[in-house]
Design a protein around this ligand. Structure first.
Ligand code: COI
Length: 355
């Protein structure tokens, strides 16, 4: 492949790997290898390789540590019943990483290199792709400013890596409904900012409100827009959708402050093709709370690559705490999407890409 495999002095033994693959959660276990390439202003992208997974050596002056010039992606590899390994719409992630990269003044990585980095890494670490219910190999491509320079300027050296983490459910209680703390003091993103880009800073800004959510006994934080402070945007690390009693599904429209989720986009397509009305529109918190109380809204769910599809069972904030009972459509969507991803259902869209 484009990312030739370097010899590994001591890969995990079968027993070590088997041990690491028991009782999987999210993002704590890593495979033997990682993909790497480096961009320099003079030479462009070079040095493509799959190398042993290990600590990085970085100058303490590396720009990413100071000014957060960074982008990342999240994408999974799924093992099908026949043992084959597939990923989901990798071109979507390749294109989105480049969209994020443009905003963060990071050079674009050719889509073919992005795909090849996934293919070559997963081939090297194929035995690390788990096969349990709801398990997958979570792939984390990312690119960051490694130039040792404290000037506030786009770096002239960027390192691209892909690491891989065998993972189970993102939430420890699996498909159980999660509870949401609506952040009214903090916003995730602002107009003209980086909200649409998948960059670490957006997640950094969600950490304090996430601590607030934890303290309130909630699983995830939900953000409102920064202009009116009234409308739903997204959760700390996933998009949000609302199911009305008449079957319509609504989700906040992309305004530049919301992450364009791959799962969000796939679900919109699946729902529309099953004959459902799907609307991308402004969803004011106040009317959502009223609609939940009156029964006009039956379900609310979150979706993302890591979280997949998960029902929201409770919305809490200053001055309100409401329960949401329904999860029928949410489960339908979960079954349909994961059915395609794990090869249990037909893939009429050609979304799956064999690794
Ligand atoms: C995802 O891969 O779904 C993410 O958005 C990253 C993070 C929230 C786990």
């Amino acid at each position: 492949g484009r990312f030739p495999l370097q010899p590994h002095p001591r890969p995990a033994t079968d027993a070590e790997r088997a041990q690491a693959l028991t009782d999987l959660h999210f993002g704590r276990v890593f495979t033997d290898h990682m993909a790497h390439a480096r961009w320099t202003r003079e030479g462009g992208w070079a040095g493509h390789a799959v190398v042993p997974f290990g600590d990085l050596t970085l100058s303490p002056a590396a720009a990413v540590l100071h000014y957060a010039q960074e982008v990342f992606e999240g994408i999974k590899a799924y093992r099908h019943a026949d043992g084959s390994i597939w990923t989901f719409r990798p071109r979507y992630n390749a294109a989105r990483m480049n969209l994020s990269a443009r905003r963060m003044a990071i050079p674009e990585l050719p889509e073919e290199d992005f795909i090849a980095s996934l293919v070559d890494l997963v081939r090297a670490d194929a035995e690390w792709v788990p096969s349990g219910e709801g398990e997958s190999l979570y792939l984390r491509p990312y690119a960051f400013a490694s130039e040792a320079f404290l000037g506030v300027h786009a770096a002239s050296t960027i390192d691209y890596y892909v690491i891989a983490s065998p993972s189970g459910a993102y939430f420890t209680h699996g498909l159980q409904p999660i509870s949401i703390w609506v952040s009214q003091d903090y916003h995730r993103a602002g107009r003209g900012g980086t909200g649409f880009a998948k960059t670490g800073g957006n997640y950094a800004s969600s950490l304090l409100p996430q601590q607030e959510a934890d303290a309130e006994g909630c699983d995830q934080v939900c953000f409102l827009d920064d202009v009116t402070e009234k409308n739903l945007e997204e959760l700390g690390g996933m998009n949000v959708m609302v199911v009305d009693a008449d079957g319509t599904v609504r989700t906040p429209q992309l305004t530049g402050t919301i992450l364009e989720g791959n799962t969000r986009s796939a679900i919109i397509r699946l729902l529309k093709d099953s004959g459902r009305r799907v609307v991308e529109e402004t969803i004011p918190l106040e009317s959502l709370l009223e609609d939940i109380s009156s029964g006009k809204v039956r379900e609310v769910f979150a979706c993302g690559t890591a979280a997949v599809v998960v029902p929201l069972g409770r919305l809490k904030g200053r001055g309100f705490d409401v329960a949401i009972e329904g999860s029928e459509v949410t489960h339908e969507i979960y079954e349909r999407l994961t059915g395609i991803q794990y090869g249990r259902l037909e893939d009429p869209y050609n979304w799956m890409y064999r690794l």
